[in-house]
Ligand binder design. Sequence first.
Ligand code: ZN
Length: 324
Amino acid sequence: MPPEKHNIQKTNRERRSLMNQQQPIHRRRLTRAEIRRRRRNRTIRRIAGLTLVVCVAVGGVSFLLSHRKAPVPTADAAGSAASSAASSLPLAAPSSKAESSAVSGAAAESVESRDNLLGLTAAEAKAMLADPLMILVNHTNKMPENYTFETAECGSKTAVNRTLQTVACNAFLELQKAAAAENVTVWMQSGYRSVSYQTNLYEKKTNYYKQQGYDDAKAKEMAAAIVNPPGYSEHNCGLAADLNSPEHTGLDEGFENTAAFRWLCQHAGEYGFILRYPKGAEEKTEITYEPWHWRYVGVENAAKINASGLCFEDYIAALQQIAG
Ligand SMILES: [Zn+2]
């Protein structure tokens, strides 16, 4: 029995052992596909785990970098006026930096839009309005008391007022030289008029109408239609020049039939002068057509104004609208 028992025990042991041995065999045999599946799953789990670790690591690094590099987008955007909006945007991780700069780009675009009548940005329009050479002096815009300048002489021998602002004077002399090179003579007949000189002109004209029988108010109104009240004449700012030529010395519409006028229409802009009171703009300028009256605004401004086709009043109004 014992041997038998032993045998049985042995057999049981062996059976267990066999089962232990067989189990893997049994499992291997029965679940080969499953094993492959499990192996695949293990591999997937490992990859997923590794990916998670990598993601956490990259995320952490990104987080740290995003905080360390926070000022970078601001520094990148610095330098342009439009960037102030961009710098106030929430700062993002490097991965969304492109998106952030795209947003700041859009903001810049709206601020820097040139989608307007003059094709200028608001900043450019403001700069032009701030340019002393772009000062608007007319019936309703009195020259500011603090508008000061230096003058120089460029008038003809018969000129009534021989000076202009130095910058305009130099430009006129260049213009005159260029015209002469093409056998065209242009004279500067009346330039800068002081406010006291303007007062004298205005009073003389007012008195003339009073002598015609008009009352003081009506006489002043009629005088103002021909001579601007003191401070309201463009000649007061030293940038206006009444031009004539030996062909036509009078300051009247006859000047438009001269070679000098034709030359000026073609070239004055190249020297920074514009025709200030053009034909057809009387309603805006409130001054009758004056082919002899030219205004210095500088070469760049003259090019822009001439390209717009607008009279000076309309151009300034458009600038003010764009500048906001
Ligand atoms: Zn004039």
